[in-house]
Design a protein around this ligand. Structure first.
Ligand code: HEM
Length: 533
């Protein structure tokens, strides 16, 4: 009867009624979110309290990390950044949220979209703590000391070929200028191709596979904000469809090619393995060989084909891009801080008698200034600059004395805490010396800084590739500065720098600009090389 009456109403009245109902609903929701929500007492801009969309817009624009610094500067160490999310800016919160396995949080919804197009969740995106633990145990032999030792020659070979590619043709400064962002992206991808798949993409030297290397960051950028969409759950089934390729464009198409490539490699490796059981295939050391056919001893879990596809893709992406971004940032800070570059260069050229000697061991470990430059550059340009979102589980959790209810999303931005004057004096300056004991830097200063330093995150969800990433960065920088002098290309000295015409927070000319995308977008520096003088 009521339906009949509704059908008889003019369309305009039905629309007006619907509109008024929507206004009422939004008004009640807004009042609830501002005044009655369990997080109502936490400070933050009103638009953040009302909706998730400002956060999503920041993810789209790549400036969330910049907003975190600004918001914490204005509102203090806890900011409500979305109706249901809090950002913290203290070392105690960082360690409570990301440190112990027992912390009553798990990875948030965001992770469920990011790499599921490959068919499953990887060790990086798995949100269930127990399943994650099994995945991590299966991966761990690939990251053992023995595996790193066996794979180091692959890394060195790629780096040496990279150095040959950029080799100056005269004794003076070469006229060719190199955009380090581009070449580091290719080198990072090639190294991961070698480590994960045992193959040689040659993207530093040749065009053929560059579209794959160049797809990693744009795909991450696209999936970064898409994964924050409130209705991302509806999008997940569409990720491998033509529609999504049209919407996402080239990065999605190329990323799908990379997924297909990874899947084919997994298939081939599974066949190899069957053959090798009959003794016909030589031993391989790459990561894929270690996970194909592996089984978790504790739970009996075995990765399916879809698990292997996703893990392979994850290892390439998670390994390649943060290293490439870190290398670009490192070289940026060195060529813009000539004193630091000279010190690191003298140290390396004194430690080694020839570039053939540059491999892991006591000589490389003696290069403490080189290591300090890497630490300082990771501080200034942490590859995941914004939040790694965690969600509070049943029973709630206390952080910095605040009891938070189940479902609250919490996080600490590495970029924000890495620039906090509470932990780093003169935080906007590039000072490798802050990581080295001296008359002015005490061991306590260093450990105080370390409690807030988290480029690789912490605990059981921290980076499994941390040790190999440090090795890659040390080897690359040592090989490059042993062989060559570096300078900013005179025709393009400001590439990668901030400027006053950019948004607030990007005005520092001596800061390498990051566009947050779970990884970071970047450009430059443009550099010239000369044979070591
Ligand atoms: C400078 C280089 C690198 C940096 C700064 C870095 C940083 C990180 C961070 C911050 C996380 C935590 C992400 C989160 O909680 O959401 C992470 C996780 C991870 N990283 Fe790295 N990473 C680097 C290199 C690598 C390399 C070389 C590999 C592999 C070869 C790798 C593999 C992984 C994996 C598999 C995870 C997921 C770990 C888990 O949840 O169990 N990363 N990395």
């Amino acid at each position: 009867m009521a339906l009949l009456k509704l059908q008889m109403l003019p369309v305009s009245q039905v629309l007006l009624g619907g509109f008024l109902a929507l206004i009422c609903y939004l008004s009640v929701l807004s009042i609830y979110r501002i005044f009655l929500h369990p997080l109502a007492k936490y400070p933050g801009p009103i638009q953040y309290k009302l909706s998730e969309w400002p956060l999503l817009w920041q993810a789209y624009k790549g400036n969330r990390h910049i907003r975190h610094v600004r918001d914490h500067g204005k509102y203090g160490s806890i900011v409500r950044i979305a109706p249901n999310a809090l950002s913290f800016n203290t070392a105690s919160a960082l360690n409570a949220i990301y440190g112990p396995r027992s912390a009553n949080v798990k990875k948030g919804e965001w992770y469920k979209t990011f790499d599921v197009a490959a068919g499953s969740y990887s060790s990086f995106t798995e949100t269930d703590k127990d399943i994650h633990a099994a995945k991590r145990r299966v991966l761990s032999p690939a990251f053992s000391v023995e595996s790193q030792k066996l794979n180091e020659p692959v890394i060195i070979d790629m780096i040496e070929r990279f150095c040959d590619t950029i080799k100056p043709t005269t004794d003076d400064w070469d006229s060719t200028s190199w955009n380090i962002t581009d070449v580091a992206t290719h080198l990072g991808f090639d190294i991961m191709g070698g480590l994960v798949l045992g193959c040689d993409f040659c993207s530093v030297q040749e065009e053929t596979n560059r579209h794959l290397a160049d797809s990693v960051l744009p795909a991450s950028k696209f999936l970064y904000w898409v994964s924050y969409l409130p209705m991302a759950v509806l999008i997940r089934p569409l990720l491998r469809t033509k529609l999504f390729e049209i919407l996402g464009g080239k990065p999605v198409v190329d990323n799908n090619r990379l997924i297909d490539y990874a899947s084919r490699q997994v298939q081939l490796r599974s066949q190899d393995r069957k053959h090798s059981e009959h003794g016909s295939i030589p031993d391989r050391f790459d990561y894929l060989s270690r996970i194909v056919g592996a089984q978790d001893k504790k739970t009996g879990w075995r990765p399916t084909q879809a698990d292997l596809n996703t893990e392979t893709l994850n290892l390439i992406n998670a390994g390649a891009d943060p290293y490439s971004g870190s290398l670009a940032a490192l070289i940026f800070y060195l060529v813009h801080n000539i004193g630091c570059l000279q010190k690191a260069t003298v140290e390396v050229r004194t430690a080694f008698a020839s570039s053939n000697e540059i491999y892991s061991g006591s000589k490389l470990n003696s290069c403490v200034y080189l290591y300090a430059c890497i630490e300082e550059s990771l501080r200034r340009a942490a590859p995941v600059p914004s939040h790694m979102p965690r969600v509070v589980m049943s029973g709630g959790m206390e952080i910095d004395g605040h009891l938070l209810p189940e479902g609250t999303v919490v996080g600490v931005s590495a970029y924000s805490i890495h620039h906090s004057p509470t932990h780093f004096s003169d935080p906007w300056s590039f000072k490798p010396e802050r990581w080295m004991e001296s008359d002015v830097v005490t061991p306590e200063d260093i450990s105080h800084a370390r409690t807030a330093f988290n480029p690789f995150s912490l605990g059981t969800r921290g980076c499994i590739g941390k040790s190999v990433a440090y090795l890659q960065l040390k080897l690359t920088l040592a090989h490059v500065i042993y062989r060559y002098d570096l300078r900013v290309a005179p025709e393009d000295p400001k590439r990668g720098c901030g400027e006053s015409s950019m948004e607030q927070g990007r005005e520092r000319e001596d800061e390498f600009q990051l566009w947050d995308s779970f990884g970071f977008g970047r450009d430059g520096p443009v550099v010239q090389f000369r044979k070591a003088q």
